[in-house]
Design a protein around this ligand. Structure first.
Ligand SMILES: [Zn+2]
Length: 163
């Protein structure tokens, strides 16, 4: 079921959502991009983050020893995933600008949000407008996002007046 932007925005705290013309890429593109990502691609990105985003990684709670492993071996930190902002399934690439590190639980929520809109049922070349979560930067930290907090779904109860 398609969800309106505000519902998605509320589900994924502080993550911007954009209306995206989602076109399913060819199997050739998907295989090529994923193969590179699972080989040298994500190692290069992990090293890039350790070299240029050390403060952001610390702010996110990545321990120093894991940052060292990222820098030296190109292995991502435990409980974090590298996400393609524009999905590989929709012509996303391995450009660093299309990649972002985020907590694994939040990553699952992002994919759930996309999958719920039925993109897996679309055929190669098919296009549809979807609400796509679009985090900014290369390290996603919800606590440091500049986006405003979503409004609460329910009115805040007024406390009783003391007698
Ligand atoms: Zn992802």
């Amino acid at each position: 079921m398609a969800r309106k932007g505000i519902d998605v925005y509320t589900a994924i705290w502080r993550m911007p959502v954009v209306e995206w013309r989602y076109t399913v890429a060819s199997a050739e593109h998907r295989v090529k991009v994923r193969e590179y990502h699972h080989g040298p691609g994500r190692r290069a990105f992990a090293k890039h983050l350790a070299a240029h985003f050390e403060k952001e990684l610390r702010d996110l709670g990545v321990p120093d020893d894991q940052i060292t492993i990222m820098r030296e071996e190109g292995l991502g930190p435990e409980n974090f995933n590298i996400h393609h902002k524009v999905p590989v399934h929709a012509f996303g690439t391995n450009d660093f600008s299309n990649l972002i590190l985020m907590p694994a639980d939040l990553h699952s929520l992002v994919h759930q949000t996309i999958d719920e809109q039925g993109v897996c049922l679309m055929k190669t070349g098919e296009t549809r407008l979807i609400q796509l979560p679009m985090p900014e930067g290369m390290v996603w930290n919800p606590a440091c996002s500049q986006a405003p907090k979503p409004k609460p779904d329910f009115p805040v109860p007024v406390p009783p007046i003391p007698e």
